[in-house]
Design a binder for this molecule. Sequence first.
Ligand SMILES: [Zn+2]
Length: 460
Amino acid sequence: MTSPPLANLNSASMGSPFWNRLTETMPRAQLDKLHLQRVQALAHYAYENTPFYRKKFDNAGLKPSDIRSLDDLKRKVPITDKSEIIELQQQRPPYGDTLALPMDFVAHHCETSGTTGLPLAIPYSTYDSVRYGESWVYGFWGLGIRPSDTLYFAFGWGNFAGFWSAYWGARRLGCRVISGGGLDTKGHIEAILRMKPTVLISTPTFALRIAAVAAEMGVDLSKSSIKFTYHAGEPGPTALPGMRDQIEKAWGAKAGELLGIAEVDAMAPGCPLGDGVHVNEMNLYSWSMDPTSQDEVPDGEIGENIVTGYGNTAQPLLNYRTHDLVRRRSSCACGRTWSKLEGSVLGRTDFMVTVRGTNVYQTAVENILNEVEGISMHYELVLTHEEGNDAMTVRFEPEASIDPASWQQLASNAGDRIHKALHVRLKVVPVAPKSLPRFELKTKRIIDQRPKELRRALDR
Ligand SMILES: [Zn+2]
């Protein structure tokens, strides 16, 4: 008996490092030509179908036909911020004046998993979900995941778009899916041992949490069936190389990551080289902006990622602020021509605090903490405002094996390393192991205790 053909593939692509060589290696001029056509079509679509964009364009004295170049998009089309959409949704729930399709076409509803403020409601059409899933496939494929793999979702199927879209991607690629659903951590471990999936889908911190619980149970997951782990939802293996080492060692697997924004797309699948993510330029156009002047920032410099998505027909977004700080490169040794964001997200515009004149980014501090031996992955950064200045305190749990008599020494080592690397002294405080909260989805790292008026919309 011959085996049935793989639904989505021709056999020639199986050995390719690219899911779609044509799109992933398209020359820049050709990509930009396509972008312009898509941006123009999207501007017309959003203007004609949403009161939100009609008003926004009219207020700016702009017609969709005025966009004749990508520079026009950057300079003329007003920036859209999440807070505007949330406000409209509050006025007229669930989607306000931003919905571009009749409600009948909305096939799926998600919300941002916000920890502060109001949630953002996100509608998807069936078409949107297919395009969204495709972004995951680019990342899965680049890491080495193939249709013969089985994906285990350590995810409770709430309203978090990240792993619903990963599921859409798994269907597109043709993998087998096993849902961990509402199991507890121990239950996940037992399910993995019993059903032998080859890929773990989870947040990066939850992958480490599962591994830690397995170790307590006397189970060595590095000897399990898992060959790959794939992550989203919070800074992971690309942004934090120390975390990648921990995950890969604990699971005996190759770890990959994707940068997604729930209301936009699973927009930037990981580069196989592991040092950044590539913007899926079939699904969106993105550029870097100085968050203060709103001018374009050239490649190689840090700026805020601004995105225009072609895949969200239900709730279109043009020049949308991500509040993510990125460093963009136009080429990569892996051969992809899609914009590369080195180290994924380097920080958040909202999580940047200026401590005694120095800009301190969350990710920069996390990178250092990940490198200090004896500091566990359980830590939080507490923002306060003292005598007119922002301040950041690092609270961390030492590894359980560290003698409490050495905790203070560990804290001052970490403080010294932060000072050396970032030229700023932060307060570093050890707390007892297992005293900080644990999270299944996004780990809350930032505890913002500054007065309300000093905070901005923190959630993604
Ligand atoms: Zn690359």
